[in-house]
Design a protein around this ligand. Structure first.
Ligand SMILES: Nc1ncnc2c1ncn2[C@@H]1O[C@H](COP(=O)(O)OP(=O)(O)OP(=O)(O)O)[C@@H](O)[C@H]1O
Ligand SMILES: [Mg+2]
Length: 615
């Protein structure tokens, strides 16, 4: 069995084990129902023999009533089986969903970069759904049918060994044919689901970027891609369906030959007086009953394939080990944060080199950068120079390839990830707002404990007081995923979140988009109060943001080319920072002076900077 199938089998076994008791109950009821169904053809044969022997009408009616009662009770037990199996498989399925979602959340940023949200939804919801559908009915039905076939072969053998043999051969040949076809069908089904996951992933991405697509006139390209994905999806579905259908047809053929053989054997034996007419009738019923379970198994093969393919992918997701793993140290290993003006933790980049997966050139190379506790560092550099990468390594969204990143003197890889992220907060240009009340957006659904008074006070301090007052339901107003908020307001909400987290180190990754002077001022003042008394790394595109930092670092193509006190750099006419300041004074404000001036002062030009520098 290939590795992935073994993983899938283990996953299914573990999931079912958690429902062992209800499962045992369901199987017991299923067994009882099968025994009753097996007895029906025997009652029928007995009825025929008694009628031929001239039994009284009363006795025949009693047999008929018994037949009806047994049939009804067997059906009722069947209903009980359905009820029990639906309950247990939904419970087990939901537990598996939780497990998969929790696991996906533990995987690092790089993994999420390679998997679109659509793919993830298909993995966690679609695949588990297939498994639940299978176990809530089909698996039990298959188990019941297998038991039924075995029971029929045994009873038929007792009546007449030859007929039993024919039934057994029919069942075995049918099963062998189906298993051979199953292998091809499972892989076709798996390919189909993979293609579909890509289709939905692509669709999700296009819909998410609808505004950009429209604005850039890329609609035609998007539709072309959709056609391409749809065509692949159709071809994969046709292939999977063909494989499934051939299994069905083969099972039907095997069954037809088997019934004919059993009937022939029965009739021959009856003519020689070996068995009664009633026994021939019973055997014929068994042969006839073989058809349904075999056919059901053939039909359900599709669902079985879907469930197996889902289980394989789920187990391979669970087998994906997070590359960012917890270190042994808890937050207690970090120096205690002080109070008021003396808070913060030192940040050290010790000779750090890092390349993204598949990146040939390192995004950061031999970065040696040290920042004492409570100091504020401004980071500048043209686009793509590695500023955001620096922030990601500090938060351990990626791990360094060489060297070490330390926080409060402790290598971040030695800390529990959650402990590190409790002490380091990042505010970026893209703020994720949830479709939830403002209160939950601020406290992240209660992660940061804060009462209403505290929230109002905080919002007032960062300049959102009037905005909250203008909301129809105040803190209870549901933010529609960020709609109705200006970019500046969104950014300020992110600041408020960072305040509530009360970190020791703050990383600001500033938006390069131009804000109006009023919003820029509000953000500057919020920044001032957020950074007060904490260690800060401020990644800036606008030089005004850096007016108050203690130190400046300049990155160029992933290398640290300048780092010193801001005042000293400003005073040194030859420093890159001083040249930037001079360019800024010469009328480039307000804009991306950072990049433009860097370019003007000797850095090579990216396309965006070319535009601005010549504007
Ligand atoms: N997720 C990623 N996968 C692969 N390469 C990446 C990834 N993110 C960034 N890079 C590359 O790493 C380099 C540094 O990128 P980074 O985002 O750190 O630059 P930056 O200085 O923040 O730029 P900007 O000013 O545009 O925000 C760039 O060459 C970029 O293309
Ligand atoms: Mg960046």
């Amino acid at each position: 069995m290939p590795q992935s199938s073994r993983g899938a089998a283990r996953l299914l076994a573990a999931t079912l084990r958690s429902e062992a008791r209800p499962l045992a109950g369901v199987l017991a009821v299923l067994g009882a129902s099968m025994v009753l169904r097996l007895s029906l053809p025997l009652l029928l044969g007995r009825f025929a023999d008694d009628a031929l022997a001239g039994e009284s009408a009363d006795a025949l009616v009693r047999l008929a009533v018994a037949y009806v009662v047994v049939a009804l009770v067997s059906e009722a037990l069947g209903l009980g089986v359905v009820w029990g199996s639906v309950r247990l498989s939904w419970r087990a399925g939901n537990r598996l969903r939780e497990r998969l979602a929790a696991h996906a959340l533990r995987l690092e940023q790089a993994w999420h970069g390679r998997h679109s949200p659509g793919q993830l939804i298909e993995r966690i919801d679609g695949d588990v759904e297939a498994m639940v559908v299978f176990f809530s009915g089909i698996a039990i039905e298959i188990a019941g049918n297998v038991a039924l076939i075995a029971g029929m072969v045994i009873v038929a053998t007792v009546i007449d060994p030859w007929s039993g043999l024919i039934l057994a051969v029919t069942a075995c040949v049918g099963a062998a044919v189906m298993i051979r076809l199953r292998v091809a069908a499972v892989s076709a089904r798996e390919a189909e689901r993979q293609v579909n996951a890509e289709l939905y992933g692509d669709l999700e991405e296009r819909l998410g970027g609808l505004e950009d697509l429209r604005a850039n006139g890329a609609g035609g390209y998007a539709v072309h891609r959709l056609h391409h994905h749809s065509a692949r999806s159709w071809r994969a579905a046709r292939r999977a369906s063909l494989h499934g259908d051939s299994a069905h047809a083969a099972a039907a053929m095997v069954f037809a030959v088997g019934t004919a053989g059993t009937l022939l054997a029965g009739v021959l034996l009856q003519q020689r007086g070996v068995i009664t007419v009633g026994a021939v009738l019973s055997l014929y019923r068994y042969a006839d009953m073989l058809r349904q379970p075999l056919q059901r198994i053939a039909e359900q093969l599709k669902e079985f394939q879907k469930a197996m393919a889902g289980a394989r992918r789920a187990s391979s997701l669970l087998a994906t080990e997070p590359r960012i793993t917890d270190g042994p140290l808890d937050g207690g290993a970090l120096p205690a944060s002080g109070h008021g003006r003396h808070r913060g933790l030192a940040v050290d980049f010790d000779d750090v080199t890092f390349a993204y997966d598949g990146g040939t050139a390192p995004a950061l190379e031999a970065i040696d950068l040290h920042l004492a506790a409570g100091r504020h560092l401004g980071v500048i550099g043209r686009t793509g120079s590695g500023k955001t990468t620096l922030a990601r390594l500090l938060l351990r969204l990626w791990d360094v390839d060489a060297g070490a990143v330390r926080v409060g003197g402790v290598d971040v890889r030695h800390l529990r990830v959650a402990a590190l992220r409790r002490r380091v907060a990042i505010v970026t240009q893209d703020v994720d707002l949830f479709r939830a009340p403002l209160r939950d957006n601020l406290t992240l659904f209660g992660t940061h404990a804060a009462g209403d008074a505290e929230l109002h006070d905080l919002l007032g301090r960062i300049g959102l007081g009037a905005w909250v007052a203008s909301l129809p339901d105040g803190l209870d107003t549901v933010l529609e995923g960020g709609q109705g908020l200006s970019a500046g307001e969104g950014q300020l909400v992110a600041f408020a979140r960072a305040f509530l987290a009360d970190p020791d180190i703050v990383v600001l990754d500033e938006a390069s988009s131009r804000l109006d002077p009023f919003t820029a001022e509000r953000i500057a003042s919020a920044t001032r109060s957020l950074l007060a008394g904490r260690t800060a790394v401020v990644i800036a595109h606008r030089l005004e943001t850096l007016a108050e930092v203690d130190e400046i670092a300049v990155l160029e193509d992933g290398r640290l080319v300048e780092h010193d006190d801001r005042a000293r750099l400003a005073a040194d006419d030859d420093s890159r920072y001083a040249r930037l300041l001079r360019t800024a004074k010469h009328g480039l404000l307000p804009s991306d002076v950072g990049s433009a001036a860097l370019a003007a002062s000797g850095g090579s030009l990216g396309p965006r900077q070319t535009e601005e520098a010549t504007a």
